[in-house]
Design a protein around this ligand. Structure first.
Ligand SMILES: *[C@@H]1O[C@H](CO)[C@@H](O)[C@H](O)[C@H]1NC(C)=O
Ligand SMILES: *[C@@H]1O[C@H](CO)[C@@H](O)[C@H](O)[C@H]1NC(C)=O
Length: 496
């Protein structure tokens, strides 16, 4: 436990207060992207017959903001075929859900499709480029196929089985099944049996007198005669035509009646444990990492408050070099800063704010000035020579670590993550640097709220992702968003 001075604690609280929009959704209500939360996940994602792309994001994450246009474009292109949804993992109520999915970085895209058991989707990771085209293709690949391919050999059997049930047959030159037809089959699951017949199946083609391709025939069932569709081969027209045989299914599970809902959910809470909602893929995840563990560095264009500066005699000793002081990250910079110092400080405040946003308590970061006497003593003893240095100290455990590298946010963050994981080279912190802070007003005066709790390494370790997951996630985050050089074709909605 580490207790900060009132000024520093106030600065930390100030950071939180200065961020009123931290939780605001990235997507507007009018967006084609469906907004999913812990409450409606079951109804909107688990209990649908459609495949759903799921983005896990934090509104402040730069890569999430970059993904938004492509993701909305993908949603438009997939309209009627699959669903495109997003979950704000910055919302406290959604954190357990994001955790169940093993989300370790933002944005994370997964693709959920109905599994064998209704309400239990099969979830796969999407690790491809973050372009609309690639996302659309990946989702289309995961649309369940309920379209039966019928040949001359089984044509009679197909017609006579369940002959009360309506059937729709697409006669086509293609051997593959289009996303559009798969979508239609899902719309009419258990209402219309959808099939496709290839033009080379002479007997079937002759039976219906098909002369051009594609042609769509509806057999409404029973003794009713077959109907040939003569409209445009587009989703809306086809659905309207097929609805003569029966209405398409509801897209999602039914919403509970509003009035009862509130009470019921309160009662249900203990029973409705996270387990029952757990998607299959998440069960396989061994990671205990919470959603925010690997969150993105704040976007560079974002306004980020600076890390607190320690100045004046003995502040450094009091905060970081007292016998009981835990880990501190110190940026040793000249008072006048300069370019390099600015870069290091900006990177550190970005990393720090990220942890504030995700409500994680990380060890404190301080700016200290090399002109100050106690800082000068420190640099001399540790033989630090550069104008700008970043170090970590842990007086309680008598070690320090020297950051060596450029001051790019990614490099610094990797180094800080290593400290959290208790990895990397430690050096012995000379005893001479550790000192009791000068006595001042008793700590009892400090209001409890102003205490900043800092976890020791041992605690933090628990939250750290498995090394494997870590590297996967890192390379994923490193992936540059692919520029949308190629336009997404009007496919797949209009391609039979
Ligand atoms: C449909 O089934 C009924 C009895 O199950 C049968 O009499 C009729 O011939 C069948 N119709 C077709 C087109 O196979
Ligand atoms: C899903 O398909 C089933 C038939 O398999 C249907 O009864 C249901 O209404 C469909 N829609 C939803 C939201 O479950």
């Amino acid at each position: 436990m580490y207790t900060s001075s009132p000024t520093i604690a106030a600065a930390a609280l100030g950071l939180l207060a200065a961020l009123p929009s931290a939780h605001a959704s990235l997507y507007l209500k009018s967006s084609p992207v469906i907004q999913v939360d812990a409450k409606n996940y079951d109804r909107l994602v688990a209990k649908t017959n459609y495949t759903t792309a799921l983005e896990f994001y934090a509104p402040w994450c730069g890569h999430c903001q970059n993904l938004k246009p492509a993701y909305e474009k993908a949603a438009k292109n997939l309209d009627g075929l699959a669903r495109v949804a997003a979950i704000n993992c910055d919302e406290d109520e959604n954190k357990p859900l994001c955790g169940q999915f093993g989300v370790q970085g933002f944005p994370t895209i997964k693709i959920a499709r109905p599994g064998k058991k209704y309400g239990k989707p099969v979830v796969d990771d999407y690790n491809g480029p973050r372009s609309a085209k690639d996302i659309v293709n990946a989702v289309v690949d995961k649309i369940n196929n309920h379209v039966k391919k019928v040949t001359d050999k089984d044509f009679d059997a197909f017609l006579s089985t369940n002959n009360d049930t309506a059937k729709a047959i697409l006669f086509t030159e293609k051997g593959t099944t289009s996303a559009l037809l798969k979508g239609v089959a899902i719309d009419f699951l258990d209402v219309i049996q959808v099939a496709q017949v290839r033009n080379k199946e002479a007997k079937a083609v002759a039976a219906f007198g098909i002369e051009s391709y594609p042609s769509l025939v509806l057999l409404p069932g029973g003794d009713q005669p077959g109907l040939l569709y003569d409209g445009e081969m587009k989703k809306d027209g086809i659905v309207k035509f097929l609805s003569q045989a029966g209405p398409p299914n509801p897209v999602t599970g039914a919403e509970k009646p509003k009035a009862k809902k509130e009470k019921k959910e309160k009662k249900d809470k203990p029973k409705e444990s996270t387990k029952s909602k757990k998607p299959e893929a998440a069960e396989e995840s061994t990671s205990t990492a919470s959603a925010e563990t690997q969150a993105e560095t704040a976007a560079p264009e974002e306004e980020v408050p600076p890390i607190p500066a320690l100045s004046g005699y003995a502040e450094l000793t009091k905060e970081c070099l007292a016998p009981k002081s835990g880990i501190c990250i110190l940026a040793l910079v000249p008072k006048e800063h300069g370019e390099e110092a600015e870069k290091a400080l900006a990177a550190l405040s970005g990393i720090s704010i990220k942890h504030v946003h995700s409500h994680r308590h990380l060890f404190p970061f301080f700016e200290v000035h090399t002109e100050d006497a106690d800082v000068a003593a420190l640099t001399k003893t540790l033989e630090l020579q550069a104008k700008v240095e970043v170090i970590a100290t842990n007086a309680k455990r008598s070690w320090w670590r020297h950051y060596q590298g450029d001051f790019a946010p990614e490099s610094l963050e990797t180094w800080i993550d290593a400290i959290r994981m208790n990895e990397g080279e430690k050096k012995k912190l000379p005893e001479s640097l550790i000192a009791e802070p000068p006595k001042e007003s008793p700590t009892a005066d400090k209001p409890a709220e102003e205490t900043v709790e800092v976890k020791v390494e041992e605690d933090v370790k628990v939250e750290v992702p498995e090394p494997e997951a870590e590297s996967a996630s890192t390379s994923w985050q490193g992936a540059e968003p692919t520029p949308e050089a190629t336009e997404v074709p009007e496919h797949p909605r209009d391609e039979l």
